[in-house]
Structures are given as structure tokens and as C-alpha cells.
Write a protein that binds this ligand. Structure first.
Ligand SMILES: [Zn+2]
Length: 381
């Protein structure tokens, strides 16, 4: 997405909008204090945001100070509220065979969903022009009920450069594809591209863990493991190894073997593709619960592996806050073995880590992409 877009907010206007989206309606006094703005600056910013339709302002007379006679004294408090319907963005998650899309408002609420199959790969490469046509069709379809779509966020598994180029799109067979430029041309919209797990981290930064923690880790568990890092309010765009070193931490030398031949590493227990293949169930459709019925011992090992993985990520990042995302990761996290493993890793007397579990279906992935789109539209990237 081009910088210098006339629709981007000024840094102060962005700070106010972001605060209202993250924390809900606020008084002028609270905003001025939290964001260290003078009354005059805040007045200018509020007027600008009201003009642009992003914020509404109203007087809160119900809680104004009352004097001894019960009569209101002083000016009523001015409350600012973000207007969710002031912007709309489409988010698309591309897998190896399907485009999953959502329409979101400014507050990241999903208003509609749609999906369409991508063209069949040719020599292991999904045809780019055909994929662009699929995304354009989804944007048109989802945008029908709203006055206009303000931007498009797209996420893929793999390495993304400059928020536009798919440098290494493992599942699509793409290398060096400037998908952002192609989609901007095809859809006539500002487009921002991101790695799919980075998209989830950006979504959590505004609408999840970031509300209370400036530093946190995101771990996705399912058909493969994924990681993202937020440090002091900044999302790390690139991991050096896509989390490979973490995924292959050794746990039990007599444990099952991963695809790379390690005995008892984290992946051998938690990568659902590895586990399913070992238990004679290929394909990503199989759930942890189904696998647990096939091999209860594996499930106990997986719960222990999850506890260790959470502790390792939290220790490396120096945060007590971890977001676990996965289709059925909540089942695994709820196992007493996970909790006991985590407790045993802590120093005696330390508070337990703060771990939340988030569902992670295709709509959730697409919503992550949409939130990156919202941040780009507002000029936050
Ligand atoms: Zn391994």
C-alpha cells in the first residue's frame, strides 16, 4: 500500500483511532492523558476524525460532577467513539488450493464470508493470473452490500517481502510473485500482503493480547507449527527460520521421530501432519481428538510437548503472555499434563503464564489478513 496516501491518518489521529479501537469509547481527558496530547491538539484531532466519519463525539451528561444542591456543575465529559462502519476491508487467506475471504469493518468484525477454489497447479505452481481472478471475484462479491471497500489484505504461508511480493510461497509454488501489484491493478484497491501468522499477530496486537501486553508470542498448532513475535508493540515481520529451531527442540530421546529424523522433538509430537502420517492417517482433516483415540500415549506426550513449547517461547521472548491458536489446540492445552508441565518449568512461587487459546479456522486466518488491511488503510503500517 502506498505511503503518502491522502486517506492515511496523521500520526496523532492514528494514535487516537487505534486507542479507541483497542480500548473502546474514551473521554477526551483520558485520551489526552494516555496519549500525552494537549487539549488543543486533541480538539484538532477529534474534529478531523469526526469530519472523516471515523469517530463520533457526544457529551456524557449522566456522569458530570454534581454540586451540593444536586445541580450539574462544570462542562459535561466529551466521549469519543470509533465508528466501525466508517471503513470496510476484505481479507483473504490463500492456501494451496483455496482462497478464503471475509468482509470486515474498522473494528475487525467479520460481516460476511466467502471462499472459492484456486486453479489447479501446473507443474506444482498455482497459476498466478487465475488466482488473481479468483481474489478479484471474491472482493466484488463481498463488497456488494457496502458503499465501498477501502482496502484488501491478503495472507499466505511463507516468506513475504515489502508487504507485496511472495518471496517463497511454499503451498502455492510461488517464488518472487508480486501479488500485491497484480491485485492492486486487478481490483483497483490498496493491497497489503502478509505472512499468515504475522497477520494473526497484528490482529492480536489491536484486538487481543496487545490490549494488555506490549510483548507477547503467538504459536499456531495444527498441520505444521507457526510462530509470531510482538516485542514492545512492534510485530516482527520476518523470522530467521520460520520457527524451525523451536519446532525441533528435543524433548525425549526415546520419543517418536519427526520428518527430519529427530527422535522426540516438538514437531514429532505437535505437527499434526507428522503425527497423522505416523498413525497411518494422512491428510489435514484429522483432528487431535481423533488422533488421541488412535494413540492415547501420543496425546500425553503432545500435552507435555505443548507445555514445554509454551515455556520455551515465553522464556525466549521474556513475556508471560502467549497466544495459542489452532483448530483444536484448546483440547490439548486443557489437558492437566500441559498445565503440570508448565508449572514445573516455572520458578517456585512465580505466577502462572497467561495463555489464551484462539480458534483458528479459515475465517480466523482471513480475519487476520483483513486486520492488516485495516491497519494499512489507516496508515498504521
Ligand atoms: Zn524434529
Amino acid at each position: 500500500m502506498k505511503s503518502g496516501d491522502e486517506r492515511h491518518l496523521t500520526p496523532r489521529a492514528l494514535a487516537v483511532t487505534r486507542y479507541l479501537l483497542m480500548h473502546g469509547p474514551s473521554t477526551r481527558a483520558d485520551l489526552a492523558g494516555e496519549l500525552q496530547l494537549s487539549d488543543a491538539s486533541l480538539s484538532r484531532v477529534a474534529r478531523l476524525l469526526v469530519e472523516q466519519g471515523i469517530v463520533t463525539e457526544h457529551a456524557d451528561r449522566g456522569v458530570s460532577t454534581t454540586g451540593a444542591t444536586g445541580a450539574a456543575i462544570g462542562r459535561p465529559r466529551q466521549i469519543l467513539t470509533a465508528v466501525p462502519g466508517s471503513r470496510h476491508v476484505v481479507g483473504v487467506k490463500l492456501t494451496g488450493d483455496t482462497a478464503y475471504a471475509v468482509l470486515c469493518d474498522l473494528a475487525g468484525t467479520v460481516l460476511a464470508t466467502a471462499s472459492k477454489a484456486l486453479p489447479e497447479p501446473e507443474d506444482g505452481v498455482v497459476p498466478v493470473a487465475g488466482a488473481v481472478r479468483v481474489v478479484r471475484g471474491l472482493v466484488t462479491r463481498l463488497g456488494r452490500p457496502v458503499t465501498r471497500v477501502d482496502g484488501l489484505g491478503v495472507s499466505v504461508g511463507g516468506v513475504v517481502e515489502g508487504r507485496s511480493v511472495v518471496r517463497d510461497g511454499v503451498f502455492l509454488g510461488w517464488r518472487g510473485v508480486d501479488l500485491g501489484a497484480l491485485l492492486t491493478q486487478a481490483c483497483g484497491l490498496p493491497v497489503v500482503l502478509s505472512n499468515d501468522v504475522v497477520g494473526l499477530a497484528r490482529e492480536q496486537l489491536w484486538f487481543g493480547a496487545g490490549r494488555t501486553h506490549a510483548t507477547f508470542g503467538v504459536v499456531t498448532v495444527g498441520a505444521g507449527l507457526g510462530y509470531a513475535v510482538v516485542r514492545e508493540g512492534q510485530v516482527l515481520e520476518h523470522l530467521i527460520d520460520n520457527g524451525h529451531l523451536l519446532s525441533h527442540s528435543p524433548l525425549d530421546a526415546s520419543g517418536p521421530v519427526c520428518r527430519q529424523g529427530h527422535h522426540g522433538c516438538v514437531s514429532a509430537y505437535l505437527d499434526r501432519t507428522d503425527v497423522a502420517a505416523r498413525l497411518g492417517r494422512s491428510g489435514s482433516a484429522v483432528s487431535f481428538e481423533q488422533l488421541a483415540q488412535l494413540d492415547p500415549d501420543w496425546f500425553t506426550g503432545a500435552a507435555r510437548a505443548l507445555g514445554h513449547l509454551i515455556a520455551t517461547v515465553a522464556g525466549g521472548l521474556q513475556t508471560e503472555r502467549i497466544v495459542l491458536a489452532g483448530e483444536d489446540v484448546a483440547t490439548l492445552y486443557a489437558d492437566p499434563v500441559t498445565t503440570a508441565t508448565l508449572a514445573a518449568r516455572l520458578r517456585p512461587g512465580d505466577d502462572p503464564l497467561q495463555v489464551s487459546t484462539e480458534p483458528l479456522g479459515f475465517t480466523d486466518w482471513a480475519r487476520g489478513a483483513a486486520v492488516v488491511g485495516i491497519q494499512a488503510v489507516l496508515g498504521a503500517l
